[in-house]
Ligand binder design. Structure first.
Ligand code: NAD
Length: 354
């Protein structure tokens, strides 16, 4: 069969390297911006203040109330601060929650965003914006939400606690795993997904052993960029549907939920498309990608059960119903008993199906 595919590259500027957070001024200049509002979570407020101080007159101040799942009332508070300060761009310093706030502002105003990611969530290279209003999360995709500049600076990830580094890294691997069998995959997305998985599989054990291993921190961010990029360009399937369902229905932590579900979703789909999941098996040096991911996560001390994330056992049936309602496209046909079994195995942390 001759090759035929569609590929849309992201127009974002990516700057990689230790110390690149010091290049915000230069990036603002390139974008023609003069007044940046710096965004962060309350926990990372000191880092945001130090960045604002470095920017001097180019900063209008800091809004440090970014919150998980981008609640719209927080975005509205930030919009008031932004308008009062007459800011002409946002600089988001932090993980997916802070990036989410910057994207929500850009979606409403079309202001340019400069993102300095400090976790491995990958949101900075996708046009996807998830927002929560009245407890309900909705997701949209818009070119306005896609950040213009990303400064990947491994120095800022050294403080990411080991446990979060592991779950955040597995969250990134989950994007790439589903990109490997996406309906609209193409040779470029497969290349990026495979190398992203390889980089993270190599880096995470080294980070667990030595959180200050700068080479490993750099490789993990490189993997994050690749895995996030494919999340932004091809469609996701059963794994992401399950994580959104479980996270929303039982208020489970985002990266941890991805970590627990991933081996099971991959094993489920490996039964249908084993050849497409070979890059995971190769990276792990394990014949079975699902089981390999389960053992890899365990070796890193990651959570392996939905019990420890706080899901109630009587929620398994409800979760199976939700996962079967408006399912995403998936390479293997979804049948409720099999999906229920998958969730039950993840609940108890049993090895995934062979
Ligand atoms: P997070 O941004 O909520 O970070 C968790 C905590 O860790 C925060 O307090 C944060 O300040 C802190 N933190 C982050 N980096 C740190 C560092 N280097 N050192 C010390 N502390 C640090 O968590 P996350 O997992 O990065 O992001 C999760 C959010 O991102 C969710 O809302 C999820 O839906 C969203 N997300 C969106 C996309 C997308 O494409 N739209 C992709 C992935 C994740």
């Amino acid at each position: 069969m001759t090759l035929a595919f569609e590929y849309t590259g992201s127009p974002a500027k990516i700057v990689f390297g230790s110390g690149s957070r010091g290049r915000v001024r230069e990036m603002m200049d390139d974008l023609g911006c003069k007044r940046a509002l710096v965004l962060a979570t309350p926990f990372q407020k000191p880092d945001a203040e130090s960045l604002a101080e470095d920017l001097g007159g180019l900063s209008t101040g800091v809004f440090a109330n970014a919150t998980m799942h981008t609640p719209t009332d927080v975005t509205e508070q930030a919009m008031v601060v932004l308008e009062e300060a007459d800011a002409d761009c946002v600089v988001s310093l932090g993980g997916g929650s802070t990036t989410g706030l910057g994207k929500a502002i850009a979606y409403r105003t079309d202001l340019p965003q400069i993102v300095i990611p400090t976790s491995y969530a990958g949101s900075e290279v996708t046009p996807i914006l998830g927002q929560t209003e009245g407890g309900t999360k909705t997701t949209l995709s818009s070119p306005r939400a896609l950040p213009e500049v990303v400064l990947y600076d491994p120095d800022l990830t050294v403080g990411l606690p080991v446990g979060m580094s592991v779950t955040s890294g597995l969250n990134a691997i989950a994007h790439a795993a589903e990109a490997l069998y996406a309906k609209d995959r193409n040779p470029v997305s497969t290349l990026m997904a495979s190398d992203g998985i390889r980089a993270l599989v190599d880096a995470l054990p080294k980070i667990v052993e030595n959180p200050s291993d700068m080479e490993a921190r750099g490789n993990a961010l490189y993997g994050t960029w690749l895995c996030g990029s494919v999340l932004g360009t091809v469609g996701m399937a059963l794994h992401h549907k399950l994580c959104h369902t479980l996270g929303g229905a039982f208020d489970l932590p985002h990266a941890d939920t991805h970590t627990v579900i991933l081996p099971h979703a991959v094993a489920f789909n490996a039964a249908e498309v084993p050849e497409l999941l070979a890059p995971i098996a190769d990276a792990l040096g394990h014949e079975m990608p699902g089981l390999g991911l389960h053992e890899f996560a365990k070796s890193l001390g990651a959570p392996t059960t939905l019990i420890e994330l706080g899901m109630p056992e009587d929620g398994i049936d409800h979760a199976a119903d939700l996962a079967m309602a408006n399912p995403y496209w998936n390479p293997r046909k979804l049948e409720r008993p099999l999906v229920r079994r998958l969730i039950e195995k993840a609940f108890h942390g049993l090895p995934p199906a062979r």
